[in-house]
Each structure stands twice: as C-alpha cells, then as structure tokens.
Design a binder for this molecule. Sequence first.
Ligand code: NAP
Ligand code: COA
Length: 262
Amino acid sequence: MLDQSEFIGKTVFVAGGTSGINLGIAKAFAAAGARVAVFSRSAERVDSALASLRALGGEAMGFTGDVRELSSVQDALSRTHEAWGSIDVLCSGAAGNFVAPAAVMSSNGFKSVMDIDLLGSFHVLRAAYPFLTKPGASIINISAPQASIATPLQAHVCAAKAGVDMLTRVLAMEWGPEGIRVNSIVPGPIDGTEGMARLTPTAEAREAVIRNLPLRRYGDLNSVAKVAVMLSSSVCDYVTGVVLPVDGGASLAGPGLFGPSA
Ligand code: NAP
Ligand code: COA
C-alpha cells in the first residue's frame, strides 16, 4: 500500500517544475513531506512556484536555467545535492511545443524542440547521475502521446518524445544494476495546461479530443501527479523501464487525437 510518509525528508528535483503538469508533480511531493527543488528559465515562474511549494509547509529551492545548457543544469543539481544530500526522485519534464507543418517548419524550430525535450532530458539525467541515491533513486521522464502516435503538425515533438522514451528504456538498463529505476509517464490531455492550450486552442478542438477519448474527459494535474508519487514509491520498487500512459485511454484512440490535422 502507498504510504506517502516514506517521502518525508526525501530530496526531489523537478526540471521544468515551475508550471503545469510538472509543478503539479512538485506540489504532490511537497505535500508528501519531501524537499523539492524546481528549475526553469523564467525567474518569475521559479518565484511563484517556490511560493506555492512553501505554502505546503516544506522546504523548497528554485533555480533559473535552461535545460539546453548542461552547465546550468549541473550547477542546480550540485547545489541541491550540497544542501540536501543525494537525490531520491528526479523528474525531467521541461518541454516546448508549437503547431506547425513539417513542410514549412524551420530547421531552428525543429531543433529548438529537440534541444529542449530530448537533449535537455539527457542533460538532466546525465547531470543528476553522480548525485542520485544508489540504490533507490526513481527517475521519471515526462513523455507525451506523440512519442508513439504519429501526429500531424507535431513532427518535432513526435521525434523528440520518442527519443525520450528510448532514453528511459536504455538508462533503465544501464543504471538498473545500481538500483536506479527509470520510467516515463505519458500524460494524456490535461486540463488547464499550456500544452493543451497550444494543441486545442478552441472549444471545438477540445470537444473533438473528448469525443475520441475512451474516458470522455480531460485529466487534471493531480491525475499525473499522484501516479508520479506512486511510481517513485516502494509500491513500485520492481518497476523500471516502463512507459506508462496516464491518459484516459488516449493511447488506444490512435492518430488524430490532438485536434490539429494536416
Ligand atoms: P508548461 O506549463 O509549459 O510546462 C513546461 C515547463 O518547462 C515550464 O515550467 C517551463 O518553464 C519549463 N521549460 C520550458 N522550456 C525550458 C527550458 N528550455 N529549460 C528549462 N525549463 C524549461 O507545459 P505542460 O503543458 O504542463 O507540459 C508539461 C510536460 O507534460 C511537458 O513535458 C509536456 O510535453 C508533457 N505533456 C503535457 C500534456 C498536456 O496535456 N499539457 C500532455 C502530454 C504531455 P520556463 O518557461 O520558465 O522555462
Ligand atoms: N510555428 C513555427 N515555428 C515556430 C513557432 C510556431 N508557432 N514558434 C517558434 N517557432 C520557431 C521560431 O520561428 C524559431 O525558428 P527560426 O529561428 O528559424 O525563426 C524557433 O522556433 C525557435 O524559436 P524561439 O522563440 O527563439 O525559441 P525559444 O527557444 O525561445 O522557445 C519554444 C522555444 C518555441 C518551444 C517556445 O514555444 C517555448 O519556450 N515553449 C515552452 C512552453 C511550451 O511550449 N509549453 C508546452 C509544453 S508541451
């Protein structure tokens, strides 16, 4: 049975943890008594995330930086380690998205999403490796349905997130012998997020997504956050290398789930 008290005093680092789904995850660990560090580009977002984390009663730290720059990620992780000791839970969820046809997408547009989502995930995991609790650390990569569902106007995200899921599988194999578990969570459409605002900007697009979803409703921030906590807990201590949809059945619905069409 899940006993959230196992997270009291544990160290959690959430890359991209200052808004939306990732902040929801950071808050769930803070509510369970963990010390939580968040990292993202905008100082305002970092400050406001820190205020909401501290309001939950625990210790929190925030760092500004860009996952595309290895040195800024390394600096934040080593400062977290210095302050709180080894990192028990690492969540990598920084990402970017926009809707654009491949035929007119610029090289830099494709590259910016590859660099944030895929290279950025590698930076976060690689930089955290020396500081992870061994054995016992849980790594959670935040993937997306585009990793396995070919989605028009999302060539950059499909390519990047497919790479993220392979990183999950490969590092689960490389780091498993040291007792580090590596899993992906694949959120489906989550209400009130920047991601869904970009993919389904109109009420009609939102309704079309809901019609295709087996559970006929969007998820909320807590739908993902509670699975991140469970996956990092001793309940799941024999689970690694898994790519886990938390998506109301979206992965069964196939291509075209996300409103935009070519
Ligand atoms: P969001 O609110 O825009 O969250 C993105 C976070 O990443 C922000 O905290 C952002 O903060 C940070 N970030 C972006 N680029 C960064 C960079 N280069 N370096 C460091 N931090 C960076 O988006 P969301 O919709 O909640 O999505 C969160 C995650 O869930 C993403 O991995 C996304 O692919 C995945 N996902 C979302 C949905 C959905 O329904 N929304 C569905 C499937 C998967 P700054 O701007 O301050 O950097
Ligand atoms: N359509 C086509 N190309 C676009 C675009 C759009 N809507 N938005 C950005 N691009 C292109 C830019 O034109 C630029 O290419 P260029 O130099 O050839 O003109 C390239 O992408 C980089 O844009 P820039 O704004 O400099 O990138 P950035 O690094 O500051 O931001 C983004 C990265 C584009 C992903 C930005 O949307 C972002 O920061 N997103 C984070 C929040 C988010 O997307 N949340 C949802 C997560 S699922």
